[in-house]
Design a protein around this ligand. Structure first.
Ligand SMILES: Nc1nc2c(ncn2[C@@H]2O[C@H](COP(=O)(O)OP(=O)(O)OP(=O)(O)O)[C@@H](O)[C@H]2O)c(=O)[nH]1
Ligand SMILES: [Mg+2]
Length: 627
């Protein structure tokens, strides 16, 4: 088939739906007398196209005798000048069943938007095909569609009714249930009819006046109904057969309509390639009739349902495969079996699809957003779970639905557990890294280093307060608190121990200083004693020595005060730092204070001595000089 103009416009194209695969393995012989060998095959491309239609569908199929302008009509229905191949010769053109690759937009009788799958079928009575083959194509069209457009030429006359003789065999070609026991072959026609599509008979090249016997105008519907009335004088076999066809038609297709269309062109030559003639150059009555027919068809669509359940594209694909499988097994397509098969398939695929949807949603959320708090994770889980459940419910059908739903719930719960675990791991890593960076910046870099070094516990506490505040802002995920509790405590203890060590080093340095002062004091004592002896005779000199000594003692007192302060400060810091070294620090303090007291006593004593050197009042004379 030449590439259609529509293909490049992206508005769809005709694709094979069901075809005879003459090269198929285990090649089917012509046992059925089809005149054709090979298996019916559902084309994968059509399956793919149907899988994309997830909403409710209506299916319009066209059937009828070959070379009656069906494909041209279907092209007009899908809104194309050309598309499905229209053949100019007597040779049958369309083979098997074709479909338009894109759904057409339509509405139901209630005005609800619906995706319409449009199907073209091989003409009945084609030269190579047998009646049996025709019946199979026709039954497949009946089984797959919700609106059957039956196309014929001229008028609904006795001949047209005869051409529908295979309709009488439909109850042998399609079964509602499998036959379990002998004697169950008879089918309930009403039940069978409930699965049949609504029926639109399109009469092409219609050139008659729509009037009754009395010349009163009648509607197209009346015309159809009149034509389907039983002929009373059914004496001969052919008439009886046609009456049977009429009875079957009215019994199976209970919702019936009719449309007549005039011949599109007068010119016989152009008529052969009507698809090559611009639509607006065709006879106005044909244009009008075609447009009216199309509008009516696409705005009063019945949804495709089986057992009250509206089908979606994927469901139709599975049904088609099941029916075709039954035909290939030389069996009769059974609606209930196909339904069960489709239901199981839908549940299985719905389960896989919903599980995939949930899991990929969770995985991509974890990769993109985790670590997050438990509440956010739950929110994500609930929303994805809801989506997955409604996705599953939109597909699930039949007896296996409940079990499949339980499986879905279980796998969703398991995957969520794994996601929670992963979130915790990510949270631990993230929080550890965050805290390590903060401890490094605000603590480690100050431990024993330069001016920034911690001087006391208050500074350590302040730094860890900053770390805690910054961490609380930055930490993510459920492990934030536990990481803070464990890691921060360890780091804090480490810092305190470091400070304690630093303080005890300072303490020992202080002790050395006090020792040095003591030595100096002792040296001064010796000097003082010496001075006392030397200056006992000379008051003036004694007075001068006293001054020197007073100065030195003052300096010594200052130094001792400072040493005492340092000792006190060291003792306080070390006490704050850690209770562990409390005893040691207390010892230090006691030692230092004892020394200070000793020094103080010494200073006091020195002061008293010094007072001895103070020049006595004039009346006292030299008596006071002697100690
Ligand atoms: N007289 C007449 N001819 C038509 C009409 N529509 C199409 N044709 C012509 O009928 C011939 C067959 O048209 P198709 O659309 O291929 O018919 P078909 O029923 O799909 O044929 P098969 O696929 O072989 O069954 C072509 O030559 C068309 O030009 C019509 O309304 N009236
Ligand atoms: Mg055709």
């Amino acid at each position: 088939m030449a590439e259609s103009a529509n293909e490049s416009k992206g508005q769809g194209r005709p694709i094979p739906f069901v075809y005879i695969d003459e090269s198929s393995e285990g090649e089917k012989t012509d046992e059925q007398g089809d005149g054709l060998s090979g298996n019916f095959t559902v084309n994968e491309e059509a399956i793919e196209a149907l899988r994309k239609i997830n909403g409710p569908i209506a299916v319009v199929a066209i059937a009828g005798l070959y070379r009656t302008g069906k494909s041209y009509l279907v092209n007009r229905i899908v809104g194309q000048q050309s598309g499905f191949q229209v053949g100019p010769t007597v040779e049958a053109c369309t083979r098997g069943i074709w479909m338009w690759s894109e759904p057409v937009e339509g509405t139901t009788m209630q005005g609800e938007k619906i995706s319409v799958v449009v199907i073209d079928t091989e003409g009945l009575g084609g030269t190579k095909a047998s009646d049996h083959y025709d019946s199979r194509i026709f039954s497949l069209a009946v089984l797959l569609c919700s609106k059957l457009v039956y196309n014929s030429m001229g008028s609904i006359d006795e001949n047209a009714i005869s051409n529908l003789s295979f309709v009488a065999n439909l109850s042998q070609m399609i079964r509602v249930k499998t036959v379990q026991n002998e004697g169950e072959e008879e089918q309930d026609v009403e039940e069978l009819a409930s699965f049949f599509p609504s029926f639109l008979w399109v009469v092409r090249d219609f050139a008659l006046d729509l009037v009754d016997e009395d010349g009163n105008e009648i509607s197209e519907k009346d015309y159809l109904e009149d034509s389907l009335e039983q002929t009373e004088d059914a004496y001969d076999e052919a008439t009886a057969e046609r009456n049977h066809v009429r009875a079957c038609l009215t019994a199976f297709f209970q919702n019936r309509e009719c449309t007549t269309l005039v011949r599109p062109l007068e010119d016989e030559t152009k008529l052969q390639r009507v698809d090559c003639e611009a639509f607006d150059t065709l006879r106005p009555a044909f244009q009008k009739g075609m447009e009216q027919m199309r509008t009516r068809l696409l705005t009063t669509l019945p949804k495709k349902t089986v057992r009250g359940r509206v089908l979606t594209g994927p469901m139709l694909a599975t049904l088609a495969k099941t029916y075709v499988g039954a035909i290939n097994d030389n069996g009769v397509p059974t609606i209930s079996t196909a339904w069960e098969h489709m239901a199981e398939n839908e549940c299985r695929e719905g389960l896989a699809e919903a599980t995939e949807k949930y899991e990929s949603g969770v995985d991509s959320y974890v990769a993109k957003s985790c670590p997050v708090g438990e509440a956010a994770l739950f929110e994500m889980h609930n929303s994805l779970r809801e989506d997955a459940m409604s996705m599953f419910e939109s597909r699930s059908v039949g007896d296996t639905a409940a079990a499949a739903k339980e499986t879905l719930k279980k796998s969703v719960a398991e995957h969520f557990l794994a996601a929670q675990k992963r979130n915790k791991t990510l949270s631990t890593t993230f929080c550890n890294d965050t805290l390590a960076a903060l401890v490094d910046e605000h603590c480690d870099q100050r431990l024993g280093q330069g001016e920034n070094m911690f001087a006391n516990m208050d500074e350590v506490d302040k730094a860890f307060g900053t770390i805690r505040a910054l961490y609380n802002e930055a930490a993510r995920g459920p492990e934030a608190s536990s990481v803070l509790a464990t890691v921060l405590f360890n780091q804090y203890t480490r810092a305190v121990k470091f400070l304690q060590k630093q303080m005890s080093e300072e303490n020992s340095h202080l002790r050395n200083e006090i020792d040095a002062k003591e030595k100096e004091r002792q040296r001064l004592m010796v000097d003082l004693s010496h001075e006392k002896t030397v200056h006992a005779m000379d008051t003036k000199e004694a007075s001068s020595s006293k001054n020197v000594l007073t100065g030195k003692i003052a300096t010594l007192e200052q130094e001792l005060t400072s040493a005492k302060e340092k000792a006190q400060s060291a003792q306080k810091t070390a006490t704050d730092a850690l209770k562990l070294n409390e005893i040691e620090l207390k010892n230090n303090e006691a030692g230092a204070q004892k020394e200070v007291q000793t020094l103080r006593a010494e200073v006091k004593r020195l002061k008293e001595e010094q007072n001895l050197y103070v020049a006595p009042p004039a009346s006292a004379g030299c008596q006071c000089i002697v100690s």
